[in-house]
Structures are given as C-alpha cells and as structure tokens.
Design a protein around this ligand. Sequence first.
Ligand SMILES: [Mn+2]
Length: 295
Amino acid sequence: MPIGDSSDRALDVVACGVKARYENAVATYVIGDVQGCVEPLRRLMQRIGFDRSQDRLALAGDLVNRGPSSLEVLRLLVELDDAVDAVLGNHDIYALARAFGVTGATRDDTLGALWPAPDRERLIGWLVRRPLLTELEGGVTMVHAGLLPRWSIDEARAEAELVRAELASDPAGLLSAYFNRRRPDWDPGLAPRERAVATLAVMTRIRFVDAAGRPCAGSGPPEDPPEPGLVPWFKAAGRKSVGTPIAFGHWASLGLWLEREVMALDSGCVWQGSLTALRLEDRAVFSVPTRKDAD
Ligand SMILES: [Mn+2]
C-alpha cells in the first residue's frame, strides 16, 4: 500500500547530511527519537553547527530509555534550557511513572542510572513539565506519535493542555490511572482524568487507525498493516488536522518520511539506524549514523 509516491517523499529534501551554515539568524532543528543515545545527539549537534545563542532544538519525544545514556541526555537538554523544545513520548511517560513510583521496572528498562543521580529531582522536574504537543516555527505542530483523526488542531491543543494541567497538579494520580487501569478510548464525554488518560495514549502511541479513525495496535511498516484496511493516522480519510504541518517520531519502521505537512522523524537511532534533524526554515535534512564508526 503506497502511502505517498517517491516524488512526494522527496518533496522538501534539499540536502542530506551536508554540513552547511544557514544564512538566516535563527534555525529550528526538529529531531526524532533520541532514546537515551547522547553520543549520536552530540554528534548531530556538531554536524549542524548548533549554536545555542540563536538556534533551537525541537525534540519529538522518547528522549530516554532503551539507549545507554538517558541520564546524560536529560542533563544536556536541561542545560540547554530555553534553546530546547521537547514533547513527551511513551518512554518519557514511562520514566515519569517510575520516578513517581506508580509502576515497576520492565525487563528492558535502561533507566537505572537516573534513580541514584544527585540531580534526579531537577531532571524529573524538567521532564514532567514538558507538554504533549507544541507549536514550532512556520506553524508546525510537534507531537510524539500523532493525533486522532477526529481532532482539529485546536481540539488537539486543548486536549494536550488538559494533560499538561493534570501532570502539573497530580502527576502520580494521572500516571497511576494511565498505567494501572484500563485505558478508555478517547471520547469528548469522558471525565477530565479519563480524557487525559485517553489523550496521553493517543498522542504518545498512535500509529495505525481503522476506517472509523480508531487507533489499532501495530508497529510494523505502514505498507504492511496488522489487519487489512488499517492506515497510518496521518492518512485517515477526513482527518481534521489536515492543513497544519505536523512533525512526529515514534514510528521507526516508517522511518524518515517527509511530505509538506507530514514530517516523520524517527530514523531508528536506538536500532542502529540514524539520528536525523530537519531544519524547518528551509527543510534541510541532517543525519548521523548511530554508530560512530559508520560516520
Ligand atoms: Mn515512542
């Protein structure tokens, strides 16, 4: 099932892996799932010539876990302060749930170095204040996984704000409901806590949807859906957020996928793929392989 022809895919790519300075003063680099891989992130920042006095990094979530250096990733981002925008991904939500003591460790959790760190409170305090959705240069909306097709951009923004408020006022309560109870399907009639749980699940996990626009399990490539008829959320018929460019990660088997309004940026850093930055001002693409010796 082709979800975009090759010309579509290549539409806005003007450079790949090219070390070049951008003429404008301010540049915004959107980066996909870092997943605790600080070394490729540092190498990518070097490749783009990142200048914290005028450039911005925008991270599409899953900052931590699976990779070897979640602690160092958080320290780097906190230190960069207002030069960084980041949204929460499913692994970040899981890290917060561990930090607030509402869930135990999973088998492949690599967050161990976070818990005894002397600056743990500062790092977790920073992470829990990140939003689920944010707006970047050029009217681009950034979210970790995607949006429910029935949401307009305004509705999505309001739902994300509800989650941000719940995370700020009662993080343990929200995270406990998220991890320890059945997650409801999103519905406008849900009570606020339940609606926040449902929104959290959609924005950090969605990939495929059915013909009615409901999220369905599956993490494989978009051309190979787990059931016939399922489509990527961004291809859903009648999707109400059409018209707003959306940058996201979360879908390594979709990989780097660039259309004018759909910017998928998880190029599989933690799976020995690459880490990619898209410069929003001119749509230039910069990429480093995960393995340093492949660079
Ligand atoms: Mn993810």
